[in-house]
Design a protein around this ligand. Structure first.
Ligand code: KIV
Ligand code: ZN
Length: 511
């Protein structure tokens, strides 16, 4: 790192705020996989979850804390004793831990949500920070809805929580209402008006409701902020959070402007983006900055000509610096177990036991029979569901007949809790027929909220990666499936979503 620049702390909250996106919930094993990639990328702080939210969240924070060694691991906690105790307990084996405690400070949140007087909010915040300090010497305090809070109240509460031992002060734009000039100026005033502001690092946490999350975060950096909270692919509540890859690459590409630098190894950005997308089932839009499939593709003749003559005419970053083009042809039909396992490990995928690896190896063999060249993206597409202890619904066989001018017919054989069941249906298209056939035996009563197909790699032999989002009783899940046959991928994605829904109910439907 260049010594005359300040360090910008990269705080990744993909596993906490990212997971709060509808349908993006992740298993403990999936969180460990993503955390391992974030650690390789040299993220400074990984917010692994909200330990008190559920037993699953607690165990995921605990597992990430026990796995990750080079990044600090953090748990969120409301500013109340039981939350902080639970966070402290989950983090107790971490190499380096942080408790991130928060309370709302805006008039609207205090009056209607908390129904508390500002003085009580202040007292509770100070108490929470003191309690958190009993578990770790690294405590972050967030003023929820900070960007809509009264300046004088913010100054007081920040001064008091710093005195109580908070080392990082985060002022989130919780509702994505901020505007870059205004949000940056707010930090400048806070830093000038809080007498002990030099004792803490100030942090931004921006939501993207107006599409300004990255711009707001960078404006805050220009005004003294030295930690940015962000997520891979901008995953997060509603319109998402500030995207890690955009922040990191903006700061790196515009070294002439920003007074900071990060320690991120940017070559891991694209593989991590792919991993998050395949685990959550949230595709990355092709024109997404840095990680979208078209981010470095020059289509127009004028651009291509310029790039060929002198790359910098149209390219401000090098694709390989963010991890594009590293997707080597890795494996093929004759590759053995050791080679496949080693490549998975390089991709940050570890296996709890040999049974879990066996499931993946079989999927690899099946794919290699159909597709000669297996790329990293293919390997990642095989991961979904491999670590699940029980798959209630499995696809055994699928046949679809489709002819122009008549309705397609789908005939499937499924395995439902070990028992083979046949089903068939007619639909307005082949996918519709396939889903109707599945529903004719399962009867899930779930609503289909999203169906999307994306090519995993290039070429017509590419696998299609399908995402199916289902909702039932307020629970949203994203099922994913990949196959060289997109109808098979669609059936797998639908069944994956049904498995996710069933994993929370006592008995699977259709049995
Ligand atoms: O958006 C927000 O305010 C949050 C806080 C809990 C930091 O996520
Ligand atoms: Zn948030």
């Amino acid at each position: 790192m260049n010594s005359n620049k300040d360090k910008l702390v990269i705080f990744d909250t993909t596993l906490r705020d990212g997971e709060q996106s509808p349908g993006a919930s992740m298993t403990k094993e999936e969180k460990i996989r993503i955390a391992t990639m974030l650690e390789r990328m040299r993220v400074d702080v990984i917010e692994a979850g909200f330990a008190i939210a559920s037993q699953g969240d607690f165990e995921a924070v605990q597992a990430v804390a026990e796995t990750v060694k080079d990044s600090r691991v953090c748990s969120l906690a409301r500013a109340v004793g039981p939350d902080i105790l639970r966070a402290g307990e989950a983090l107790k084996n971490a190499n380096a831990s942080r408790i991130h405690t928060f309370i709302a400070t805006s008039p609207i949140h205090m009056k209607y949500k908390l129904q508390m007087e500002p003085e009580d909010v202040l007292r509770q915040a100070v108490e929470a920070v003191k309690t958190a300090r009993q578990f770790t010497d690294d405590v972050e305090f967030s003023l929820e809805d900070g960007s809509r809070s009264e300046p004088d109240f913010m100054y007081r509460i920040i001064e008091e929580v710093i005195k109580a031992g908070a080392g990082t002060i985060n002022i989130p734009d919780t509702v994505g209402y901020g505007e870059p000039g205004e949000y940056g100026a707010m930090f400048k005033r806070v830093i000038e008006n809080v007498p002990n502001s030099d004792k803490a690092i100030f942090s931004t946490h921006c939501h993207n409701d107006l599409g300004l999350a990255v711009a707001n975060s960078l404006s805050a950096v220009m005004n003294g902020v030295r930690q940015v909270e962000c997520t891979i692919n901008g995953l997060g509540e509603r319109a998402g959070n500030a995207s890690l890859e955009e922040i990191v690459m903006a700061v790196r590409t515009r070294q002439d402007l920003y007074p900071v630098e990060t320690r991120i190894d940017t070559s891991h950005i694209v593989p991590t983006s792919r991993l998050v997308s395949s685990i959550t089932g949230f595709p990355v839009q092709p024109n997404k900055a840095i990680v979208g499939a078209n981010a470095f593709a020059h289509e127009s003749g004028i651009h291509q000509d310029g790039v060929l003559k002198h790359r910098e005419t149209y390219e401000i970053m090098r694709a390989e610096d963010v991890g594009w083009g590293q997707n080597r042809l890795v494996l093929g039909k004759h590759s053995g177990r050791a080679a496949v396992k080693a490549r998975y490990e390089e991709l940050g995928v570890t296996f709890a036991d040999s049974a879990e690896f066996n499931v993946l190896f079989q999927r690899f063999k099946d794919l290699a029979d159909k597709k000669h060249e297996i790329f990293d993206e293919d390997l990642q597409s095989l991961i979904s569901g491999a670590a699940e202890p029980v798959e209630h619904y499995q696809l055994v066989d699928l046949e679809v007949r489709s002819k122009s001018g008549s309705n397609p017919q789908a005939q499937l054989e499924l395995k439902i809790d070990g028992e083979n069941r046949s089903c068939n249906a007619e639909g307005s298209g082949p996918v519709d027929a396939t889903f109707k056939a599945i529903e004719s035996v399962v009867g899930s009563n779930a609503d289909l909220k999203l169906y999307s197909v994306n090519a995993v790699t290039q070429g017509t032999d590419s696998q299609g990666s399908v995402t199916v989002r289902l909702e039932r009783d307020g629970k949203l899940v994203n099922g994913v499936g990949a196959d060289t046959d997109i109808l098979v991928a669609s059936a797998k994605a639908y069944l994956d979503a049904l498995n996710l829904l069933a994993s929370k109910s006592r008995k699977p439907e259709g049995v």
